[in-house]
Design a protein around this ligand. Structure first.
Ligand code: XMP
Length: 526
C-alpha cells in the first residue's frame, strides 16, 4: 500500500483504488461520491478543469463527469481537458457530463423540445456493459433542458425515453459512457446497479475500500506521523469531535489532551455524558473548562443573534487558548473537519483538490494558535464518520446524537440569555428529546429541540390565571441540512410532549409546534 502525507494539509491519503468525480457545478456531486463509496470504492470530488496530466498523476480507475447548470454550447461553459479521453481511463458522463462527452467527441447537443424534470421511463436498447442485468424498462430521474440530439458514428445509443431519443450512450472504441438521467438519486431505483456496472464491469474496481481498514490504517499512520508529539483536541459533545478524539486516542493514547469548554449553553446532561465517555472508556487526558459564568457575562443584555454568536466565539477562543497554554509541548491541534466541509469551503472546486487540500477551519479556532492541524476525518462523509465511531467503540448514543450548533442553547433562547431562562429551555428540550427517543423516532428525525420564545401568554392553571413563557418545538427531517421539512410526528407524541412540558417545566404555559420548512424558514430560530 502506498500512502502520502502532505504537511500543508495534515492529510493522509489511504485509498489505493480511487474514482474521481469532476464537478461541473452539480447539486448531486456529493451524492455521486457517496454512492460510489457505498460500493466500497474510494471516491473524491475534484474541480472540473484539472489537466489530463494532473488527473493521470492520481491514477484513478475511473472518472465521472457530473451534471451542472450550464449549456455546453453557451459561451464560457465549463469544459474538461479533451486530452483526458486519451488516457484510457473509463469515463462516465452524467447529464451535463454526458452532453460534454458527446460534444467533445463530435456529437450534437441542442436545447430539448421539451424540458424534462422528474420521473421518466427509460427503454433500454442494449444491455451491454453499463446496462447489464437491468430491466428492459426502468424508472429514472431526469433533470435537463438540453439533450444530445445526434450522435456521431463513434457512439451507440444505449437507451431512450419518449422525449429523449438518446438517453444513454457508449463510445465504440473508447471506454466512454454517458447517461442523460441521474443514477445517483433514489428516484432511479436501478441507479446503483448502473454505477456498479461502471465501477466493477468497466473500470475493473475491486471494491476494497472498507471503513474498518480505514480505521486501522489511519490509526497506524497518524501514530507514525505524530511521532512523539502531543495533540490537543476540542470536544464539543458532537459526533465529529468525539470520533476524531477516539481515533487519535487509539493512535497516541495519553499524548492526546482533550479540552471540553463547558459554556453553560449545553443540553441537559451533555457535559456529563462526554466526560464519562472520555474518562471511563477512553482514559484520555481530559480538561474541562467551566466557563458558564464568563459566557453568561459576555451575553448579558444581548438579544441580536449574530452578536450572540460573535461573543460566544470570542470567549470560546479565549477559554480554549488559556487551557491549551497549560498543556506542555503541544504541537498539533486536531479538528473534526469532514469531507462536505472541505467541499463547501471550495477546496474541491476552487483549489486543485486532487493535489492540494486547502484548510477549512470549521472548529472556529484561529490559525494563530500556531499548531499544525490534524484532521483525520477530512475524507469522510457524516454517515461514514458514524460508522467509524462504531468501529472505534463509541456508544450509539453519542454516535447518533443530533447535530448541535456551536453557540448552543443561546440561539434557541430567543431574546436575552440568562441562567434562569436557560434552565427552563434545558428542561423543556430534554422532554422533547426523551419523548422522541421513547417513541423510537430519534434516528428518523434529523434534529429535534425546544426553543424558548421571548413571549408570554395568558393561561389558566387550576383556578388561577397565568402569564408565562411559550415554548416552540422544532423537529426536522433532512439529508443535508441545506433544505429541511418539518417532521410529521404523530399527534399522540406531540400531545405527550406538550403536556409534559406544561406540567413539568415551571414558567411555561404554552407549547407550539413549528410547521415551517427550510427554506424559507431556517432550522434554528436564530
Ligand atoms: P439553519 O438554522 O441555518 O441550520 O437552517 C442549519 C444547520 O446548522 C446548524 N447551525 C449552526 N451550527 N454554529 C454551528 O456550529 C452555528 O452558529 C449554527 N447555526 C446553525 C443548525 O443546528 C443546523 O444543523
Amino acid at each position: 500500500m502506498t500512502s502520502t502525507a502532505t504537511p500543508e494539509s495534515g492529510q493522509l491519503s489511504i485509498a489505493r483504488e480511487r474514482v474521481l468525480v469532476l464537478d461541473f457545478g452539480s447539486q448531486y456531486a456529493q451524492l455521486i461520491a457517496r454512492r460510489v463509496r457505498e460500493q466500497n470504492v474510494y471516491c473524491e470530488i475534484v474541480r472540473h478543469d484539472l489537466s489530463a496530466a494532473q488527473i493521470a498523476e492520481h491514477a484513478p480507475r475511473g472518472l465521472i463527469l457530473s451534471g451542472g447548470p450550464s449549456s455546453v454550447y453557451a459561451p464560457g461553459a465549463p469544459k474538461c481537458d479533451p486530452e483526458l479521453f486519451k488516457l484510457g481511463i473509463p469515463v462516465l458522463g452524467i447529464c451535463y457530463g454526458m452532453q460534454l462527452v458527446c460534444d467533445t467527441l463530435g456529437s450534437q447537443v441542442t436545447s430539448a423540445p421539451a424540458r424534462e424534470y422528474g420521473r421518466a421511463k427509460v427503454k433500454v436498447l442494449s444491455h451491454d456493459g453499463l446496462f447489464a442485468g437491468v430491466a428492459d424498462e426502468m424508472d429514472v430521474w431526469m433533470s435537463h433542458g438540453d439533450q444530445v440530439t445526434k450522435v456521431s458514428d463513434d457512439f451507440i445509443a444505449l437507451a431512450k425515453t419518449a422525449t429523449c431519443p438518446i438517453a444513454a450512450v457508449k463510445h465504440k472504441s473508447l471506454p466512454v459512457f454517458g447517461l442523460q438521467f441521474h443514477p445517483e438519486v433514489t428516484h432511479t431505483p436501478q441507479g446503483n446497479l448502473l454505477l456498479h456496472n461502471f465501477l466493477f464491469g468497466v473500470c475493473g474496481c475491486t471494491g476494497t475500500w472498507r471503513l474498518g481498514d480505514f480505521a486501522k490504517e489511519a490509526v497506524a499512520q497518524w501514530r507514525q506521523r505524530i511521532g512523539e508529539g502531543r495533540v490537543i483536541c476540542g470536544l464539543s459533545g458532537g459526533v465529529d469531535s468525539a470520533v476524531t478524539a477516539a481515533l487519535l486516542y487509539e493512535a497516541i493514547g495519553p499524548r492526546l489532551s482533550c479540552i471540553l469548554v463547558d459554556n453553560g449553553l449545553l443540553r441537559k446532561d451533555e457535559q456529563g455524558a462526554v466526560v464519562a465517555e472520555f474518562t471511563n472508556h477512553f482514559k484520555a487526558d481530559l480538561h474541562v473548562v467551566h466557563g458558564e459564568k464568563r459566557f453568561l457575562k459576555a451575553l448579558a443584555g444581548v438579544k441580536e443573534p449574530q452578536e450572540k454568536r460573535r461573543r460566544i466565539g470570542h470567549v470560546f477562543i479565549e477559554c480554549f487558548k488559556e487551557e491549551a497554554a497549560k498543556i506542555k509541548d503541544v504541537q498539533y491541534l486536531a479538528q473534526g473537519t469532514l469531507y462536505p466541509d472541505v467541499i463547501e469551503s471550495g477546496a474541491a472546486q476552487n483549489g486543485n483538490a486532487a493535489t492540494i487540500k486547502l484548510h477549512h477551519n470549521v472548529g472556529g479556532l484561529p490559525a494563530e494558535l500556531g499548531f499544525d492541524l490534524v484532521e483525520p476525518l477530512r475524507d469522510l462523509f457524516k454517515d461514514e464518520v458514524r460508522r467509524l465511531g462504531g468501529e472505534l467503540g463509541l456508544p450509539d448514543d453519542l454516535i447518533w446524537r443530533h447535530p448541535f450548533p456551536g453557540p448552543g442553547l443561546a440561539v434557541r433562547c430567543l431574546g436575552e440569555v440568562t441562567k434562569e431562562r436557560l434552565e427552563i429551555l434545558r428542561e423543556a428540550d430534554a422532554i422533547v428529546v426523551n419523548e422522541i427517543k421513547a417513541a423510537g423516532l430519534y434516528r428518523q428525525t434529523s434534529q429535534a429541540f425546544a426553543v424558548l420564545l421571548p413571549v408570554q401568554s395568558v393561561g389558566v392553571m387550576g383556578d388561577a390565571r397565568t402569564y408565562e413563557d411559550a415554548v416552540a418545538v422544532r423537529c426536522v427531517n433532512t439529508d443535508d441540512f441545506m433544505t429541511a421539512d418539518w417532521s410529521h410526528l404523530p399527534y399522540e407524541l406531540l400531545a405527550r410532549i406538550s403536556t409534559r412540558i406544561i406540567n413539568e417545566v415551571k414558567g411555561v404555559n404554552r407549547v407550539c409546534y413549528d410547521i415551517s420548512s427550510k427554506p424559507p424558514a431556517t432550522i434554528e430560530w436564530e
